[in-house]
Ligand binder design. Sequence first.
Ligand code: HEC
Length: 130
Amino acid sequence: MVRKGTRQTDGGDGLKSLIGIGLACAALAACAPKPITPEEAAALRPAAPRIAGLYEGACKACHANGNSGAPLTHDHAAWAPRWKQGEGVLLDHVVQGYKGMPALGQCVACQPADFQALIRFMADHEGDAK
Ligand code: HEC
């Protein structure tokens, strides 16, 4: 009787943790970075009107274009390793140019704060308070 009771308890806990794992996996799958298409990237627009204007006048031509070699806007897999470099490095790369990326991202009207907002928008880190 004691062994049976113990087993039942184990079984119950095991089932609960299985359900827990299942729920966690479902949640992970829902938020896992899924590849974004150039069409989806092209439909994205920064909320702030000034930043949206600058983005559409410069960055979007490459960053919503699958053939440019640029990380697509909101392509989390492409942006994650770049974001890890830190915002200071990303800002330097935009201002000075970086590989296929032209200096200033071809935006002569952009101020440093604009670049920061543009980078956060494209990398989907707009919520960051830093
Ligand atoms: C003429 C095309 C072009 C335009 C316009 C452009 N980019 Fe880029 N950008 C690229 C390419 C290509 C890369 C990828 C460079 C590489 O890693 O090979 C890139 C990469 C980046 C990166 C990542 C740099 C790194 O360190 O990984 C940032 C940030 C960035 N662009 C921001 C911007 C911003 C902001 C604008 C608009 C002001 C902009 N880009 C406009 C082509 C462009």
